[in-house]
Design a protein around this ligand. Structure first.
Ligand code: SME
Length: 176
């Protein structure tokens, strides 16, 4: 943990983490954060049927829950492409094709993508040069069709794991 903290300070000093560069939470801390986020989102979603408004709340609350993320948000399926939707963070790429990058792969396969090192992922799309790891979770409608993907990017390597995948899949299933 100390090593990670020192590395974070180094990154902050080097200007690699201008906005947020906290330690990657432990699995227990992650779970606690996701539980709080889930409760907050259920309260917000209860009164809001519009999907884009629900996504906006999701991006906001989940970004706050993940201190090690610099980009948190949605791409919506619009025809043959993913188009950027509600998000928090730096300017993202506007459109992503089917099967392209991590987001397009999550869309094409219908499965979550946990990528510990984006440089090792063939075809990764770098919208922000700080990206080191990411997780992308498909969002499906009642028939199982992918209607959006939820993307979280970190300037830290291996920031996301099975805890993130499980918790995010659970939270996002409740958004639909
Ligand atoms: N890294 C993603 C692109 C989206 S952004 O990073 C916001 C990908 O490879 O699909």
């Amino acid at each position: 943990m100390k090593e990670q903290a020192r590395e974070n300070v180094r990154l902050l000093r080097a200007g690699r983490c201008r906005y947020r560069c906290d330690m990657i939470p432990s699995p227990a801390e992650k779970k606690a954060r996701y539980t709080t986020a889930r409760e907050q989102l259920h309260a917000l979603w209860e009164d809001e049927p519009d999907l884009i408004a629900r996504m906006a709340a999701g991006a906001c609350i989940l970004h706050e829950a993940m201190p090690h993320a610099f980009w948190t948000g949605f791409y919506r399926v619009l025809g043959p492409q993913l188009v950027i939707g509600p998000y928090q963070g730096t300017p993202g790429c506007s459109r992503i094709g089917w099967g392209k990058g991590v987001c397009g792969t999550a869309w094409a396969t219908g499965t979550s993508q946990v990528v510990p090192d984006v440089h090792a992922f063939p075809g990764h799309i770098a919208c922000d040069s700080r990206a080191e790891s990411e997780i992308v979770v498909p969002v499906k409608d009642a028939r199982g069709t992918v209607v959006a993907v939820f993307d979280v990017d970190s300037a830290e390597k291996a920031a996301f794991d099975e805890v993130d995948r499980e918790e995010l899949e659970r939270i996002l299933a409740a958004m639909m």
